[in-house]
Design a protein around this ligand. Structure first.
Ligand code: ADP
Ligand code: MG
Length: 251
């Protein structure tokens, strides 16, 4: 099996002046190439820390992080677009920084702007766009450098409900079509189920794996979209099980 990344018996402690937080304890999982994995769990359970470990922004206290690629894309809740650059200029920023702004790569960005409905807005500035369009632009910028591993930290949670559904649907479809290996952190169970091949449920802090679900729908992968998944009976079953895992009903 071809794995893009692996956490092996990871523990992570954070030290502050007068205390210590054990954020993660003996956590292990692997992500296969092309797989879309979501992590759901209570807030403060260590989900973002896992992404920081994968991105190499934090070092584990114990255990080993294995990442079999140098090209990692990271997208956060806030889109981090630069207000003084127009959409096109924002989207080619990563290519410029990595000195990969060749005609071929720029043409691919232009194709993405067209596919994601942003081409007519390429000369606009971020403040002139809606939240959903900004988030799509942020995705174009992240994908422009063709990352082999995409890390998404609650990328849609700043959007209103309708926009969130539609952008989540678009992005989920793109990730699947382009077979981009993805680790998505979200607290939105329907989002996780509709987008992913696998959902990992974390316990309360310190993060350990409470449960893991292989998500399968009765439809061919190339026809699968998040919206279609939401209309199946399997969807409701996965939702209820994960809901119960997160202990939401009992509270
Ligand atoms: P989640 O993303 O699941 O909400 P986080 O991974 O952000 O949770 O945080 C897990 C725990 O680790 C929290 O208790 C948080 O306060 C703590 N933590 C995260 N980053 C730091 C840090 N840089 N310094 C100290 N504590 C941290
Ligand atoms: Mg977080």
């Amino acid at each position: 099996m071809d794995y893009v990344c692996e956490l092996k018996n990871i523990s992570k402690r954070f030290h502050t002046i007068n205390n210590e937080t054990l954020a993660i304890e003996d956590l292990s999982f692997k992500v296969e190439r092309g797989e879309i994995v979501s992590i759901v769990g209570p807030s403060g359970s260590g989900k973002s820390t896992v992404l920081s470990l994968l991105a190499g922004l934090e070092k584990p206290s114990e255990g080993e992080v294995i990442v079999n690629t140098k090209s990692i894309g990271f997208m956060f809740q806030k889109d981090q677009l630069y207000e003084w650059r127009n959409i096109y200029k924002n989207c080619i920023l990563g290519l410029e920084i990595q000195k990969k702004d060749t005609k071929e790569n720029i043409d691919k960005v232009i194709d993405k702007l067209k596919n994601y409905g942003l081409y007519n807005f390429r000369n606009y500035y971020p403040r002139q766009l809606s939240g959903g369009m900004r988030q799509r632009a942020a995705l174009v910028r992240t994908l422009a450098v063709e990352p082999e591993l995409l890390l998404l930290d609650e990328p849609f949670s700043a959007l209103d409900y309708q926009t969130r559904l539609s952008v989540g649907n678009d992005v989920g479809e793109i990730l699947r079509k382009e077979k981009i290996t993805t680790v998505l952190v979200t607290h939105d169970i329907p989002e996780a189920v509709s987008i992913s091949d696998r959902v990992i449920v974390f316990t309360e802090r310190p993060a350990r794996i409470k449960k893991e679900y292989i998500i399968e729908f009765n439809m061919p992968d190339e026809k699968r979209t998040p919206m279609k998944c939401r209309n199946t009976s399997e969807f409701g079953e996965y939702f209820r099980e994960i809901w119960r895992d997160l202990d939401v009903i009992e509270k």
